[in-house]
Design a protein around this ligand. Structure first.
Ligand code: ADP
Length: 681
């Protein structure tokens, strides 16, 4: 059978080669779903982006794809395939089932020096490789490090990386990255060396690993930036002298006095207990082609090994590249280097490397959103107004927030846990800050990642304007304290922990704050506005993502009132009714599960449900899973996460599984801590 090597023409390409499952994450630009590569049976992560929603951020995605095509390293998430249609982009990526390093840190409160060293060596390894390839990452933070199946770190999110034409020694100008992790020279708008700025971020990251909170933190970005430019932070007393020294060497305000990645490779703290420098070279160099994989593919394609090798060497990042890299990954994990030969039972026809026929009934796209879904189950989780997992929302735009299901029903999840409930915020007008940002982008629609553009003309102290405070953003300064998100971490001494964190969370005053900030932005005409997504304080500092798609989605949710609760209930499929009767899922204790010490799941569910409205969290409930969202004053979702009440085997108690889907990681941490502690869980 001849090999088709045409450019992917449409998103249908995705259906041919991959099965898609639930959403496993979402960022400022993308939704990420779990997928399975049919031919190898390997799990993958599918990053889905809608070009219309990307708007001016499209160049950022292109930068990320190009960088990931050039980088192949054991601690960098591998790109397998890119599928691009006129409206959508799909990146097929190595799947990292362990979640974000951020969640791992908060689950453990903080890590011991020994465990930190294991991770930090991997971060140094990845960064030494990235720099050796001429790139600066510029957005290092624990949310951008994922944990794979072997508990190893994989670096993601190269959308803000830079590869200066003259080499990494050349200065960069664009201020980007996440404010809390940004180097002083970067936020001051000075020209900076990318690798030096990365070392500062690595220092902040190292601090977060060892301490469980950020060295520089404040709700107000101006205050935050002043702290960063001063470079003053407190070392908690559990840090060893060696850790204090290393952090100090990395977080030097003067970049020329900062330790380099090269020096980190054999730094005494880094090599302690290892007695060997960090191995940073790639164990998977791009040039090497594996013979076993070639043979298997050649047999499948009925081609010679030579011509198969030649095709692989083209590195088109199409299905052929994906098949080769996934086979290689199987081999490296000691699995047989075999491709599926027989058609899948549910398929009408399969043409192995060319994909399967397009008649699969359950797979379909919607034309107005970016999600690819598998039947109703996925529809339910993605389109809340399209299926029994439905929002019941107030009528009319601008109407006050209100609840549409009475408290009695909520109080009894067993009777009524089919019910769904959300509240919606009042919608506002586009703030001055957004308009000003829009103007800036109009002047230079391609300023993203283009050096020497964003800050050239400014000669004043340059700070980003603070983002609007989200209703959920609470008091931070997570000073050492026992977190309710924490699972026992016996390696840490108890004496250093204080009381539970109960940050102030609430929407009061947030509007005033936004108004004040909008006014400030008008006044500050000579301040260059370095915009970042309003919902994230420690998320990437950059142009805000186009919100057109978000508005549309919000509109769909808001528009579903007419359906009414009764209709919702009658819409329940038999499968869903069964799911409710079956009770909570039984799962093993994992680090993203909070143990409650209680044995009645309904009680725990009720406790959570009763607390959410007071925390200004909108939610929809399906069985024992509660999907939560917070909104800003402009109708934009600032945070999305799930809380699932489940039963654990050992110990036999009720647990609450947490999963952040969108939003600032640290704000999420404080909000969920607050919800769970207020729920007396
Ligand atoms: P964006 O570019 O929009 O910020 P990210 O690439 O950061 O999106 O992905 C969003 C989230 O999706 C991540 O924070 C992570 O939780 C999840 N995710 C991304 N890539 C993977 C992956 N390869 N494996 C597992 N989860 C992933």
């Amino acid at each position: 059978m001849p090999v088709e090597r045409s450019e992917p023409r449409s998103a249908e390409e995705l259906h041919k080669y991959y099965e898609l499952y639930e959403t496993i994450g979402s960022g400022g630009f993308a939704k990420v779903k779990l997928g399975r590569h049919i031919l190898t049976g390997e799990k993958v992560a599918v990053k889905i982006m809608n070009k219309k929603d990307l708007g001016d951020d499209l160049p950022r995605v292109k930068v990320e794809m190009e960088a990931m095509k050039n980088l192949s390293h054991q601690h960098i998430c591998r790109l397998y395939q890119v599928i691009e249609s006129p409206t959508q982009i799909f990146m097929i990526l190595e799947y990292c089932p362990g979640g974000e390093l951020f969640d791992y840190i908060i689950a453990k409160d903080r890590l011991s020096e020994e465990e930190t060293r294991v991770f930090f060596r991997q971060i140094v390894s990845a960064m030494a490789y990235v720099h050796s390839q001429g790139y600066a990452h510029r957005d290092l933070k624990p949310e951008n490090l994922l944990i794979d199946g072997d508990h190893n770190l994989k670096l993601i999110d190269f959308g803000l990386c830079a590869k200066p034409k003259g080499g990494l020694g050349y200065e960069l100008m664009t201020c980007c990255g996440s404010p809390a992790y940004a180097a002083p020279e970067l936020i001051q708008g000075k020209a900076y060396i990318g690798s030096e700025a990365d070392v500062w971020s690595m220092g902040v990251l190292l601090f977060a690993l060892l301490c469980g909170y950020l060295p520089f933190d404040d709700d107000n970005c101006m205050v935050l930036y002043r702290k960063i430019t001063k470079g003053k932070y407190d070392n908690p007393n559990w840090l060893s002298p060696g850790s204090v020294l290393l952090l100090n060497q990395m977080m030097q305000v003067d970049p020329k006095r900062r330790v380099t990645v090269r020096q980190l490779l054999d730094h005494p703290w880094v090599t302690k207990d290892y007695n060997s420098p960090v191995e940073w070279y790639s164990q998977q160099p791009l040039g090497h082609i594996d013979e076993d994989c070639v043979t298997e593919m050649a047999v499948n394609m009925k081609r010679s090994r030579e011509s198969t090798t030649a095709l692989i060497r083209e590195w088109h990042y199409d299905h052929l590249t994906a098949t080769y890299l996934l086979l290689l990954s199987k081999k490296q994990r000691g699995k047989p280097v075999r491709l599926r030969r027989e058609p899948l039972a549910s398929e009408d026809a399969v043409s192995p490397l060319h994909g399967r026929s397009q008649t699969k009934k359950t797979l379909h796209f919607t034309d107005d959103d970016d999600a690819v879904v598998l039947g109703c189950v996925d529809l339910c989780s993605d389109y809340m107004d399209d299926c029994p997992w439905v929002s019941v929302t107030p009528k009319g735009a601008g109407e006050k927030t209100q609840r549409t299901i009475d408290d009695k029903r909520l109080a009894s999840p067993l009777v009524d846990n089919r019910c769904v409930q959300t509240t919606t915020p009042e919608k506002g007008h586009a703030p001055a800050q957004h308009r000003q940002e829009r103007k800036r982008r109009d002047r230079d629609p391609t300023c993203e990642n283009k050096e020497n553009v964003a800050l050239q003309e400014t000669d004043v102290e340059i700070f980003a304007l603070p983002p609007p405070r989200t209703p959920a953003s609470g008091k931070k300064h997570p000073r050492p304290g026992r977190s309710v998100l924490t699972t026992p971490n016996p390696s840490l001494s108890n004496g250093t922990r204080g009381t539970a964190l109960t940050p102030k969370v609430g929407g009061s005053g947030s509007k005033e704050l936004v108004k004040k900030k909008a006014a400030e932005s008008k006044e500050s005409t000579n301040l260059e506005i370095l915009a970042f997504s309003p919902e994230r304080r420690s998320r990437s500092l950059d142009m805000p993502a186009s919100d057109s798609g978000k508005k549309k989605r919000a509109g769909r949710v808001f528009g579903s009132l007419e359906r009414g609760l009764d209709k919702v209930i009658t819409m329940l499929t038999p499968g869903k009714r069964r799911a409710l009767r079956d009770g909570p899922r039984k799962i093993k204790a994992q680090y993203n599960v909070t143990l409650t010490g209680q044995t009645n799941p309904d009680q725990v569910l009720n406790q959570i449900l009763s607390v959410l409205p007071s925390k200004h969290v909108d939610f929809s409930q399906k069985g024992y899973t509660v999907k939560c969202r917070t909104w800003d004053d402009y109708g934009k979702v600032t945070m999305a996460f799930e809380l699932e009440v489940c039963l654990l085997h050992r110990p036999e108690v009720v647990g609450v599984r947490r999963q952040r889907l969108k939003g600032d990681a640290w704000v999420y941490k404080h909000l969920v801590e607050d919800i769970l502690s207020t729920s007396s869980i």
